[in-house]
Write a protein that binds this ligand. Structure first.
Ligand SMILES: [Zn+2]
Length: 243
């Protein structure tokens, strides 16, 4: 038996249709997962349900105990994700910790913006066509940001900021994995697709063209989601971030 529509609606409201694990807003692409599986006696009550996006739901479900790889999500861990996220989404009125939380969010916003602008990473995402080579220093900030993005101290307290951040980091990871797949470091500290003669002669030239176009698009999308996060960081926190 699935969860009742009333329980589902309650959980959708409590999570604001953002995923309890990755915090991205997912609109209709979100589902309620049983923390304890039905086949193992998990009841169809709100306490046993957790709203997850399709990606995280697949991660949670596809762990194969016969061929263990990675670390399985335990029931208690899922419950903790849910409780923590619901708590953050529920904060609409000022709380005792509000000033302290704001201070932490300002610190995170400033750090993220620094990573995005120090080496010109934002302009790389927005303007650079990876047919042309680029300096490794331009993407250093972006990779540093991706490296720290899983740290709990890089998550905003404010739920609006946190969903925007999660969306942006997801887009950034997609864009940079496409770019990393296509380009490699050459001797002079530049990244490029390879020597232009080799590319022109490659029998895969049409395929390469498509992959490059796709990578450029993904980077542009990441730039757009950063712009959205940037506006939100400025308006919600009232800080003067600049490019
Ligand atoms: Zn998710």
């Amino acid at each position: 038996m699935p969860f009742s529509s009333v329980i589902k609606a309650d959980l959708m409201v409590a999570s604001r249709r953002s995923c309890c694990i990755c915090h991205r807003f997912r609109g209709v692409n979100i589902e309620v997962h049983h923390i304890v599986e039905e086949s193992k006696g998990g009841p169809n009550i709100a306490d046993n349900g957790i709203p997850l996006c399709f990606d995280c739901h697949a991660d949670v479900k596809h762990y194969n105990a016969q061929h263990p790889r990675g670390t399985k999500y335990s029931g208690s861990e899922l419950r903790k994700h849910k409780v923590e996220w619901f708590k953050r989404v529920a904060v609409v009125a000022p709380t005792a910790n509000l000033a302290e939380h704001r201070q932490i969010d300002v610190r995170i916003a400033t750090e993220i913006h620094h990573y995005m602008t120090s080496g010109g990473g934002f302009y790389f995402l927005r303007d650079h066509d990876i047919w042309a080579s680029y300096k490794s220093s331009v993407v250093e900030g972006i990779f540093s940001l991706l490296n720290v993005s899983d740290n709990p101290d890089m998550q905003f307290f404010d739920a609006d900021l946190e969903t925007a951040r999660a969306e942006f980091v997801g887009d950034l990871a997609k864009g940079m994995s496409a770019v990393s797949f296509l380009t490699s470091l050459t001797g002079n500290g530049n990244y490029s697709l390879g020597s232009s003669i080799e590319i022109d002669l490659s029998p895969r030239i049409e395929e390469i063209r498509k992959e490059v176009a796709k990578a450029n698009d993904l980077c542009s999308e990441a730039a757009v989601s950063y712009s959205e996060l940037f506006h939100l960081m400025r308006s919600k926190l009232g800080i003067d971030l600049r490019f």
